[in-house]
Design a protein around this ligand. Structure first.
Ligand SMILES: [Zn+2]
Length: 266
């Protein structure tokens, strides 16, 4: 096989892995942001439950203080009732006392309501705190995983970049220029040609002479339709394997990954 062609096939595999790693690295901060948002939600629930309990406590104290005020009023009215001169004044004080007693009953109901609700509020707080604890631990684990993944990806990326540079330095300028141009335009620059005589990416049937030349593999040949550099993939060695649908040995697997780009380019 043509030396450039051989290296370009490898180069496309390396470029494909680099692109996949780069998108994985780019996606990780978003994943971390989602993890953080989930934790913030759990924290907000705990804070909400705590605030609810605190508001109830404040309201209960206010009601109790109001009850005390009403009780003081009642005892003041009772004292006054001993000194009144007329029946009318006495009735007026009695009415005030009844009014204050009704107010006390209303406030006591409210205090009771708060005390009844407190149990379920405390239960909700406990639940929210347990969820927060679990989410915090999960958050740490997932962030650690993301850190390790990024470090691993970056290490692999450095290795692949070195491999890429090595491959590129061994390819002739013309072939490299063509490869780069088509890669930029279409997302992949190399296409396999199996024995159906088609460009495996754009599905156009090659002219017989072109197919012959691709089979020989002695020179760089571009697909007339999509401009990808073509290379021949021999059929599987026996019928059995062909029936089982095993892919040809040298198939470049990520070539099928650009259908949208293909449609846009034609
Ligand atoms: Zn093509």
């Amino acid at each position: 096989m043509n030396a450039d062609l051989h290296k370009l096939i490898d180069l496309q595999q390396v470029d494909g892995r680099i692109a996949a790693l780069q998108s994985e690295i780019a996606a990780l901060p978003k994943e971390v942001a989602q993890i953080e948002a989930k934790l913030a939600g759990s924290k907000a629930k705990v804070e909400g439950a705590q605030a609810g309990l605190k508001a109830d406590e404040t309201a209960r104290r206010k009601h109790e203080s109001d009850i005390k005020d009403q009780q003081e009023k009642i005892s003041k009215y009772r004292d006054q009732s001993l000194k009144v001169k007329t029946n009318q004044e006495y009735k007026a004080l009695l009415s005030e006392i009844e009014h204050a007693e009704a107010e006390i009953a209303r406030l006591e109901d409210k205090v009771l309501e708060i005390m009844v609700a407190a149990d379920s509020r405390k239960e909700a707080l406990k639940l929210a705190e347990a969820t927060l604890k679990a989410d915090t631990a999960e958050n740490e684990r997932e962030k650690e995983h993301a850190r390790q993944q990024t470090a691993e990806d970056e290490k692999q990326l450095a290795e692949l970049t070195a491999q890429r540079n090595g491959l590129r330095s061994g390819v002739s300028d013309d072939a490299l220029r063509h490869y780069d141009r088509v890669l930029k335009l279409r997302g992949s620059a190399i296409a396999a040609v199996p024995d159906n005589q088609m460009c495996s990416v754009c599905r156009v049937i090659l002219r017989p002479q072109v197919y012959q030349d691709v089979m020989k593999g002695e020179e760089i040949i571009a697909c007339d339709s999509c401009q990808r550099i073509l290379y021949f993939v021999p059929p599987p060695p026996n019928e059995e394997e062909a029936k089982e649908g095993k892919p040809p040995v040298a198939a470049v697997s990520h070539e099928e990954a650009a259908p949208a780009d293909e449609a846009a380019a034609q």
